[in-house]
Design a protein around this ligand. Sequence first.
Ligand code: ADP
Ligand code: ASP
Ligand code: MG
Length: 436
Amino acid sequence: MKVMKFGGTSVGTAQRMKNMSALVADEGEALVVLSAMSGTTNNLIEISDAVVAGKVDEANSMLRLLEETYRNVAAELLSDLSLREEAARRLDTFFAQLRDCVSAPADELTQKSIVAYGERLSTNLVELYMLQEGMDVVLLDATDFMRTGADGEPDEEYIRRHLGELLAANPGHCTYLTQGFICLDHRGRIHNLQRGGSDYTASLIGAAIDAEEIQIWTDIDGMHNNDPRFVENTSPVGELHFEEAAELAYFGAKILHPTCVLPAKRSNIPVRLLNTMEPQAKGTTIYNAPSTRCIKAVAAKDSITAIKIKSSHMLLAYGFLRKVFEIFEKYRTPIDMITTSEVGVSVTIDNCCNLDAICGELSELGDVTVDRDMVIICVVGDLEWQNRGFEAEVVNALRDIPVRMISYGGSNYNISLLIRSSDKVEALKALSSHLF
Ligand code: ADP
Ligand code: ASP
Ligand code: MG
């Protein structure tokens, strides 16, 4: 069975829901994962922010607007009278529950509870539309099988077992439909896989059912060789190795959620990035692609802070780097890039919540300098070190831009450079015109 995941824009209007349902009908057997309609998750976050800020009237008026939108989508989607009535009943229930969330005292679960309705709304309407079209569809509730463990990571064993049981209890259907993004935590409370997390749901499900393929349907014809939001004339990359895709997703290619590649890679399931507006386009296939010896794509990760620790004690010392890294570990702050010299080390982080405390402790090891508002530019491809010239080409492309750090050799798949945010667009453009 294939997994087909449709993102927010692919279910963004009644017409798009109809189009994606037709794509699913063409596929035959599939497990379909849906995001919320585009804009809805943002709306729900605004509503919960208002609740948390004590602005209940404001939250209720935003909720009324959202309800009106969904009533209109249902009307446009469904012509069958009894299915229209069923949609009205489901919307009555969901919006009554949302109003309850809005009027309850705010607590740590307020946002998660409210935001979970986006995917419930989209899947419920699409299920009714598919039934209207005579499709053999069954809706599975993601919270019946998606769960994170005590470590906050998806509990893959639990997911495999519970999804397996659910499918066994509903055998023989053509289309299984479920919500992306939402899950329960290890205590059974509502939770989610973070913004953009429906890709992750699809990949976890793919691994859990040993899917033949995981399709990520979106609004662009695959992974482009540069960020189309900043660079013109980018083009899709036909094939990517799992490692290349993981680097690109982690370093800012928004088309894929950063964690989504791992479950597919572990189970060796190909991931295909496809365009709902142009279903015939080839898109990108991510798999154990053979070696190509070329640079394939560039991405940029924003909001990076660089920290340099300079110490005369580092010279000939062992244990210095361990002391540095232990401080980051203590504050649960992941490091993205590292460069070292004889007298110091520079690292980058994207989570500054504990920056002051970290710098305080680092200053006991040496002089600390912090550079904020930086960007990691990540150049990805099959860049094995024996091949000559890749680094030279990249550095040459950026010769007019000040570069704060350069890192290569951590894997065969990327060269990372740290530059100022204000130089990002120029750097991306320069790399496109030199490399592709
Ligand atoms: P969805 O809602 O379907 O999950 P996203 O908005 O999360 O879609 O991802 C698709 C968007 O990712 C594209 O519209 C594009 O603007 C952006 N994007 C950023 N970098 C890339 C890239 N390298 N290739 C393709 N799309 C990219
Ligand atoms: N609806 C969620 C979001 O907007 C998850 C997703 O679309 O992947 O972030
Ligand atoms: Mg997305």
